[in-house]
Design a protein around this ligand. Structure first.
Ligand SMILES: NC(=O)c1ccc[n+]([C@@H]2O[C@H](COP(=O)([O-])OP(=O)(O)OC[C@H]3O[C@@H](n4cnc5c(N)ncnc54)[C@H](OP(=O)(O)O)[C@@H]3O)[C@@H](O)[C@H]2O)c1
Length: 317
């Protein structure tokens, strides 16, 4: 009996060992850079739902400065990273006009560092880019092969980052997104709620057309792409992602105030000329999402629906 019981215990230990071994075998290591930003924080929030398949390493500049090529290469090598999700960026669009060197260092040179580290260590990159690579003169949704012609330092730096990455690591996915907001960080949605509560009236540009993107939706899409890649292989290339639908900053503001129950602030439509900014923004930057939807078998929520989900989650509303 004792012998039998001893064996049983061994069997249990064996099972446990097998489970641990199996767990380590199937779990893929994922490096998320810029993890304290909007998108990185949304990825962190949902990461716990995917721990069976992926082991996430969330880093921001304090843990891993992506402008440090040697540190990036070491991190990827030491941690057996299989995918790098780059959420790090210089995103202060107007400030970038005067801060060209730093903007290019983060948005171009550091992205190349990630590509080189990935190639050296057998990893793949999912990188996030922007609608600002387009000049904004189109009158129908941009497709990925449309001509790029950025009009701002930020847009130029992001385009150079895309090109540098594709050269350093052709096995990369680049997702161009637009008008990103989240419950995390500072963004247009939070600013409009704050102003809406503080002010009687507000002037908002009504002649720039695009589509907002809830960063939580983009984060879920990135995880779906990881799952898809593990099951079906990695489909490198450039993709567009935003929520569905089309709006202007003015109509977006009206929807934000409606969702947040703000009724005491009159929103006035103005033209871009009446609100000059240091960086030129695309007048039209609606993105066609057919490619990402068909490649990865995705459906994308309408912007109004995703906006209201975000507003409900904001602690101050
Ligand atoms: N926000 C938008 O409306 C928008 C629109 C289109 C595309 N995108 C793109 O979407 C991506 C995610 O944007 P986001 O809004 O989530 O950006 P974000 O909130 O500005 O987050 C970027 C993060 O990267 C960090 N970072 C900066 N330099 C770094 C470095 N050298 N090493 C490591 N981390 C560094 C930032 O830290 P600090 O805050 O300390 O600098 C920040 O935590 C970016 O590629 C952006 O270009 C954004």
């Amino acid at each position: 009996m004792a012998f039998f019981s001893g064996n049983k215990q061994d069997d249990n230990q064996d099972e446990t060992a097998k489970n641990i071994f199996h767990f380590e075998l199937v779990q893929k290591n994922i490096l998320v850079t810029g993890a304290n930003g909007q998108l990185g924080s949304e990825l962190r929030r949902i990461s716990t739902l995917h721990e069976d398949n992926f082991r996430f390493f969330f880093t921001d500049v304090a843990e891993l400065d992506i402008t440090d090529a040697a540190a990036v290469d070491r991190f990827v090598k030491d941690n057996g990273i299989r995918y790098i999700i780059n959420c790090a960026a210089y995103t202060a669009v107007d400030k970038a006009e005067d801060d060209v060197d730093l903007c290019f260092k983060i948005n171009r040179d550091a992205v190349v560092n990630l590509g080189i580290a990935a190639t050296n260590n057998g990893a793949k990159v999912i990188h996030v880019s922007t609608d600002y690579v387009y000049d904004g003169t189109a009158d129908q949704p941009y497709i990925e092969t449309d001509a790029v012609d950025p009009r701002s330092v930020y847009g130029k730096s992001k385009l150079e980052g895309e090109k540098g990455l594709m050269k350093a690591c052709p096995e990369s996915i680049i997702i161009r997104t637009a008008w990103l907001y989240s419950i995390y960080g500072n963004n247009f949605v939070k600013t409009m709620i704050k102003y809406g509560k503080e002010r009687d009236s507000l002037n908002v540009v009504a002649d720039q057309t695009g589509t907002p993107t809830n960063a939580a939706d983009l984060a879920r899409t990135i995880i779906k792409i990881l799952d898809f890649s593990e099951a079906n292989g990695f489909r490198d290339g450039i993709y567009h992602y935003s929520n569905e639908g089309i709006t202007t900053w003015y109509d977006f503001t009206l929807a934000i105030h409606k969702g947040a129950g703000i009724t005491t602030c009159k929103v006035n439509p103005i033209s871009t000329d009446q609100y000059p900014t240091k960086a030129t923004r695309p007048k039209y930057s609606v993105l066609n999402k057919t490619k990402i939807k068909s490649t990865f078998n995705l459906s994308i929520p309408q912007w109004e629906e995703s906006l209201n989900i975000c507003i409900k989650e904001l602690p101050s509303v």
